[in-house]
Design a binder for this molecule. Sequence first.
Ligand code: BES
Ligand code: MN
Ligand code: MN
Length: 456
Amino acid sequence: MADSMEEYIKENTDKYIEELVSWLKIPSISTLPEHAGDVRSAAIWAENKLLALGFPVVEVIEGDGHPLVFAEWTDKQDQPTLLIYGHYDVQPVDPLSEWRSSPFEPRIENGSIYARGATDDKGQLMVVFAALEAWTKYRGALPINIKILLEGEEEAGGASVEKYLYSHGRRLQADAALICDTHMNSLEQPSIISGLRGILYTEIAVHGAKTDLHSGSYGGVAPNPVHALCLLIARLKGEDGRIHIDKIYDAPVAVAEEEKDFWKENRQSLEARLLVEMGVDQLVGENELSPHERLGVRPTLEVHGIRGGFTGEGAKTVIPAEALAKVSLRLPAGMDPNQVFTVFAKAVGENLPTGYEVDVRNLHGGAGFSISPENRYVKNAADAIEKTYGRRPVFMREGGSIPIAALFDGILGIPVVLMGFGLPDDGAHGPNEKFSLAQLYNGICTVAEYLDRLRK
Ligand code: BES
Ligand code: MN
Ligand code: MN
């Protein structure tokens, strides 16, 4: 028998990796309808895992979209309850040709496991499952009450989990929530997330003539929606990175002094790292501001793709009748994406060249989130991290979005601890996504320690 929990975790790490591999093999891509069956299989995998851990209540909850998985083990009257959230769905894998091995045949190389979902979020959920297993098997019982809520639509901006939160708030009630779905500054410098940006995801369709036209017979007089869309986008955000939408910079953002200190001290090193990660020789946008601020709390507007006209092999002289762009905004905590949609749609209308019709659709949104580093559940997390890493974590903002965080905060009224174990070069959403096995082990030890520190 191992003589400490860390020992036990070390001895069982190969087993945890094996289990993770079997989960990663399921291509649970939530945004592609043809993978709906796989998404369900990944939910059932989680259900079985939670049953095997001994949870007395485990449910796969069916709704309009992909299922939710809920579990609870709440038999300790005098102990706090922690609600743990994660997602078992993954992003699409294209471009497949960029992968060095198949995204759903996990491969271990140089101390990392490579597969779609390795870091986002199956690997990080495996951290949680293994920490719970270490408690039940090594210590005989969980130290506190645990509720688990997993969803399969996070990567697709689905509404199921939000709906469930509104209808089952009581069932989900807890003292705090834990989300392991972010990354740390580095292996040497652990960090905790003190804020996430929100997101508003839109689609803009510009219409011109009633049909595609010969560009010789009509070029010079016809509306060209592709060109109009380009003008529109250029007017919404300039080369200096400034967004021209009413009140977009008005939300007050509270940043703790210790965060600002870290921004200053770490600026050069973050800039250098970003250049390497992106393979470019300069940053674009609001270069007068530190990248910590630009990534963590500044609004941004990005075009994800443009469709319209002829883009096939060879040449075709046509003036397209319509053009479409996918555009999203990242928003600092405190801005309501639906309210931003109203001003965004207005800005689109005002900046559209004359002679065109436009439809703007709100595809999905989620509010940003922030939490004080002084919160006691956050401090406990910092202590647990310090015990594992031998170093106090710094507080960082994450530019990505986890819509549930603001909902837990707003609907359940509980603090949300964002303690993630990814690394900046994990390549979430990209090709060759990975999760560090050192972080798998560190993460399990840290979450196990965290549960202990929450115990009264
Ligand atoms: N785990 C990520 C959030 C994240 C991104 C954490 C980057 C750390 C670094 C999450 O799965 C995600 O991808 N969120 C989406 C949200 C969306 C689809 C509503 C995002 O940020 O684009
Ligand atoms: Mn995620
Ligand atoms: Mn993601």
